[in-house]
Design a protein. Structure first.
Length: 93
């Protein structure tokens, strides 16, 4: 019973939508998806992941990330302050 497909009364065997789309893992019937993934991982390991950052590069990266976050926070705070001033001084008068 496990190997047999269930046949429904309303199923006439026609294909309504073909789900075999380019780019999906099951599209290429000759190569299994897991084999392609293993091959891709092996290629990445062979090529290497690149050089590690030095300590000074990591500090510089962290500094500029923090600077960007602080700049964004300052802009949002300024907009919030201007909104409150607009509402209290002009809109609600």
């Amino acid at each position: 019973m496990q190997g047999q497909k269930t046949k429904f009364d309303e199923d006439d065997g026609r294909t309504i939508v073909n789900m075999d789309v380019d780019g999906t893992p099951w599209h290429d019937r000759n190569v299994k998806f897991a084999e392609r993934q293993a091959h891709a991982v092996a290629q990445k390991q062979k090529a290497g992941y690149g050089d590690r950052m030095t300590n000074s590069e990591a500090r510089r990266y962290t500094f500029y990330a923090m600077l960007a976050g602080l700049a964004l926070t300052a802009i949002l705070a300024a907009v919030w302050i201007l909104l409150v001033l607009f509402m209290t001084q002009i809109w609600f008068k």
